[in-house]
Design a protein around this ligand. Structure first.
Ligand code: C2E
Ligand code: CA
Ligand code: CA
Ligand code: CA
Length: 278
């Protein structure tokens, strides 16, 4: 029995070793992805609920992995955060987004684009300044950039969200509270966090056409957000019935496969000139 126990222990050891080998491998690959510029941005159009006119987009990161193909951020953001690489990656995202905003402007298009920040980044007190310097380098106006922050971690006691969001607001940067409704959130935080917008998570919007209680919950959230002067975006809208239900309870803007999947910059510009999707 003793022998057996020892073997099991050895087996376990080998497993840990393999896991850390994989981590090590991911770390090396991510580093290379940064230096070799293997990242790409796609843009998902955002439309006005009433007119269905395209008014902006959300920048979504992709990793063109040399052997594993095009990867969604869900498969590597956590690792990037763990290895302390997220700031550098997101700085690239913001810079690239500013480039797209200025390219749009050169075509006479006034685009407003949102980017996803990682809650890790809020540990950095210079974050607002840093974003400001990227905007200046590209001569992009702060009002054209929206910073999406997940509602999930926004109450983390060790991260100065409140202070950073106040800085953003003073700099004229717009903030959108992402993943709203995904997890229980203390609604009273909405009154002391300086945000401009909430994004209703797909887990909330997906049932609005088929479940009266789901629609009632969304309606109450829209009312609350509006009472606080916030803009409401519904994400993950896939069906016309969902669009209709969400519009009926007052959602301001929408995003989802019904209108468009995330697309390359050029297609975003094309969508903008066609203006109306669906
Ligand atoms: P998110 O910010 O909640 O983004 C929405 C996700 O839903 C995106 O997945 C988008 O492609 C997908 N989506 C959009 N419309 C629909 C729809 O109608 N139906 C369905 N089923 N899905 C839809 P994606 O691009 O894989 O991104 C996943 C998450 O990765 C994002 O969730 C965001 O949290 C994170 N992320 C994306 N880009 C960045 C980035 O540049 N930096 C950081 N730190 N995180 C990012
Ligand atoms: Ca988002
Ligand atoms: Ca979201
Ligand atoms: Ca999400």
């Amino acid at each position: 029995a003793k022998e057996n126990g020892k073997n099991q222990y050895r087996f376990f050891d080998a497993e840990i070793e393999q896991a850390s080998d994989e981590m090590q491998q991911t770390r090396i690959e991510l580093k290379k992805a940064i230096t070799e510029q293997e990242f790409r941005l796609l843009f998902q159009p955002k439309v006005d609920a009433m007119t269905r006119l395209v008014y902006g987009a959300e920048a979504l990161l992709r990793w063109q992995h040399p052997s594993r193909g095009l990867l969604s951020p869900t498969s590597f953001i956590e690792a990037a955060e763990r290895f302390g690489m997220i700031e550098e990656i997101n700085a690239w995202v913001i810079s690239q987004t500013c480039h797209t905003i200025s390219q749009a402007r050169a075509r006479g298009i006034d685009l407003n684009i949102s980017v996803n920040l990682s809650s890790q980044q809020f540990r950095n007190k210079q974050l607002g300044m840093h974003i400001q310097s990227i905007l200046e380098a590209h001569q992009v106006d702060a009002r054209n950039l929206i910073l999406e922050v997940s509602a999930t971690n926004v109450t983390h006691p060790q991260i100065p969200f409140k202070e950073t969001l106040r800085d953003f607001s003073q700099q004229g940067l717009k903030i959108s509270l992402d993943d709203f409704g995904l997890h229980p959130v203390n609604l009273t935080h909405l009154q002391d966090l300086e945000v401009n917008e909430v994004k209703l998570d797909r887990s909330l919007t997906r049932h609005v056409a088929t479940s009266a209680p789901a629609l009632a919950i969304v309606e109450a959230m829209v009312k609350l957000a509006h009472a606080l002067g916030l803009n409401v975006v519904a994400e993950g809208v896939e069906e016309e019935d969902q669009r209709r239900a969400l519009t009926s309870v007052g959602c301001d803007q929408m995003q989802g496969y019904l209108f468009s999947r995330p697309v390359e910059q050029q297609f975003l510009f094309d969508a903008f000139s066609q203006l109306q999707l669906k």
